[in-house]
Design a protein around this ligand. Structure first.
Ligand SMILES: [Fe+2]
Ligand SMILES: [Fe+2]
Length: 362
């Protein structure tokens, strides 16, 4: 399925300026205003209290080294061991690091816009008022996520890539589906689950403070979103028939293979005119596949938790070598995501105080 492109209000749009697609939905009113589930209402309360303002919480004044935007250690570069890397001069290596991060953050930004759109749709379609309340807080979280990634890309990296076609086709499948649970499953569990693992990688390894903090703060919000998806789907999936659950498992398996094997950043290689063998290496090398397997560390335990855990899924995850993530402690991960963001807040406050103290002394 592909969506049609239409002109924007101000005349014909550039090819990638806009993307319009049909998003069928049944809007549900819930008149049982008093029937909220305690856990969901507590999450709504937390989501409301934990709002933050990107301009204030992050220090946007830092300069970024475009040749190594995140300050990642050399050993984390997936092509560092190859002959193509060895053949590049320093200028070319810097250019590649810049483009790789611009590509990666661009996909985060576009994916967050997908989340913004999907969460707004969930407000409409989810049948329970407590879920509508919570989803409303998530809408503004997702808007903020688009805002921070966009600002980082436009102001700091000064380079933006279009939406990757495989991510686009996944968003298309999710948004074109009229069933409310598919919006959750595709967006909250799969796309955001993948993103969460990638954010975590950056938060834990980047030495550049702005990129690190952006990802830590986004993760703090995402921890609530994952909890929301788990609470909603854990109640719903046992009510479906086995055939209905099988269909959802099939969708997850297909999406996971698609994202592992075809979401590789070839656009960067093409734009920089790097040898095509490099794409083949990244796509096929066992080590690279294992490395991409880490992107599933947040998805696997959630699928198990919500009861999509039949032979289709377990076989696929076994084949991908990611079944071991099934038993990770989701609540502990989420608590850790919150603690990491709070630790950065404390560091930033200490820094602000130290600067103010030095100014006053001077
Ligand atoms: Fe998000
Ligand atoms: Fe989210």
């Amino acid at each position: 399925m592909t969506g049609d492109r239409r002109s924007g209000p101000g005349g014909p749009a550039e090819p990638d300026e806009q993307w319009s697609l049909l998003s069928p939905a049944t809007t549900v009113f819930d008149f049982d205003y008093t029937g909220g589930r305690d856990q969901l209402l507590r999450l709504y309360d937390k989501g409301t209290r934990r709002q933050w303002i990107a301009k204030d919480r992050l220090d946007w004044s830092v300069d970024i080294d475009l040749d190594n935007p995140l300050g990642l250690p050399a050993e984390l570069n997936p092509v560092a061991e190859t002959k193509w890397w060895a053949d590049m001069d320093e200028r070319r290596r810097g250019e590649m690091r810049h483009h790789v991060e611009a590509w990666r953050f661009s996909q985060f930004m576009h994916g967050e816009q997908g989340a913004l759109i999907c969460t707004a749709k969930i407000v409409q379609t989810v049948p329970d008022i407590d879920s509508k309340f919570y989803a409303a807080t998530q809408v503004i979280d997702e808007a903020r996520h688009v805002e921070v990634y966009s600002r980082y890309l436009h102001e700091k990296l000064q380079l933006v890539y279009p939406l990757n076609r495989n991510l686009k086709s996944l968003l298309d499948d999710v948004i074109s589906d009229s069933r409310w649970d598919m919006t959750y499953l595709g967006m909250q569990v799969l796309v955001e689950g993948l993103a969460l693992a990638a954010f975590g990688f950056i938060r834990n390894t980047a030495t550049e403070p702005l990129g690190k903090a952006i990802n830590a703060y986004v993760m703090q919000d995402e921890a609530r979103h994952v909890t929301f998806g788990r609470l909603a789907l854990r109640d719903y999936y046992p009510q479906l028939t086995q055939a209905e659950r099988d269909e959802r498992e099939e969708f997850c398996v297909d999406a996971c293979y698609r994202m592992r094997d075809r979401f590789l950043g070839e656009e960067v290689f093409e734009r920089l005119e790097l040898p095509p063998e490099l794409t083949t290496y990244v796509a096929e090398s066992e080590m690279q596949k294992r490395f991409r397997g880490f992107l599933f560390m947040r998805i696997v335990p959630v699928l198990k938790d919500i009861g999509l855990w039949g032979p289709r899924i377990t076989r696929a995850f076994d084949d991908m070598g990611v079944l071991g993530f099934a038993d990770s402690d989701l609540d502990a991960e989420m608590a850790n995501d919150e603690a990491a963001a709070e630790a950065l807040d404390r560091e930033r406050m200490a820094h602000v105080r130290a600067v103010a103290g030095a100014d006053a002394a001077g």
